[in-house]
Design a protein around this ligand. Structure first.
Ligand SMILES: C[S@@+](CC[C@H](N)C(=O)[O-])C[C@H]1O[C@@H](n2cnc3c(N)ncnc32)[C@H](O)[C@@H]1O
Length: 219
């Protein structure tokens, strides 16, 4: 048995909560603000190929497609149940995106295929080993000078944010979330070979500090 698959954490940890994911996120996380900012930050071009890693219910993938109808948008998630919700949302919106089942740390795409990789709230679900493997895979599938944009839990701005984040840690586990709150993601980007790594913005939410990062694959 592959221990990396055993450590899989669904959207709200327990499968039976998955159908509540969208309303919970909307009410607690300023979801539309930070996802719109992530899309803006990515400066997606006409006809770009965009991958949304750990796409969940595809809110971000659909936001990209709506803002950039000419982009080819692919969402990937390891959970069949959440992908069913994503497919229903895409059909309801009448937007054409590809939704693939797969693991973020072993991507079913060729080298240098995407112009842009996005990821929202995936990394705190991954062990340190899988964070590193996922960044390496993101690097591999990006074209030279392609960019990786991540929204995820970051280093707490103050003690209040640190305490608030304990709620997320109690739900998703201390093991996978510790790297985030220690502010390790930029260093992991560099280790995977990315350049121009930066934390572009931060949001205070009722459950902790959410950071938007980006980095570029060198030429
Ligand atoms: C908190 S949800 C975020 C979903 C969506 N990106 C968003 O921002 O609403 C985390 C998602 O990552 C997926 N996930 C967790 N581990 C994964 C892995 N190793 N490979 C692919 N998807 C994974 C979960 O199934 C879940 O849908």
């Amino acid at each position: 048995m592959d221990k990396n698959r055993d450590e899989y954490i669904p959207a709200l940890k327990y499968s039976w909560l998955t159908s509540l994911y969208d309303p919970i996120l909307r009410w607690t996380l300023r979801e539309s603000t930070f996802k719109r900012q992530l899309v803006k930050q990515a400066r997606i071009g006409r006809g770009d190929r965009v991958l949304d890693l750990g796409c969940g219910t595809a809110t971000l993938s659909l936001l990209v497609k709506r803002a950039h109808p000419e982009a080819e948008v692919v969402g990937l998630d390891g959970d069949i149940k959440v992908l069913q919700i994503a497919r229903a949302k895409a059909a309801h919106a009448g937007l054409e995106i590809t939704l693939d089942h797969g693991m973020a740390f072993e991507l079913p795409y060729p080298d240098n295929y995407f112009d842009c990789v996005l990821s929202s709230l995936l990394f705190h679900h991954l062990t340190l080993e899988n964070k590193n493997r996922t960044l390496k895979e993101g690097f591999r599938v990006l074209r030279p000078r392609g960019e990786f944009h991540i929204a995820d839990w970051g280093k707490a701005q103050n003690n209040f944010m640190r305490i608030a984040f304990l709620l997320v840690q109690m739900l998703d586990g201390f093991k996978t979330t510790a790297d985030n709150v220690q502010g390790l993601l930029p260093e992991l980007f560099r280790t995977a070979g990315f350049e121009a790594v930066q934390e572009a913005s931060r949001y205070m939410t009722i459950v902790g500090t959410l950071s938007l990062y980006w980095a570029r694959k060198p030429q």
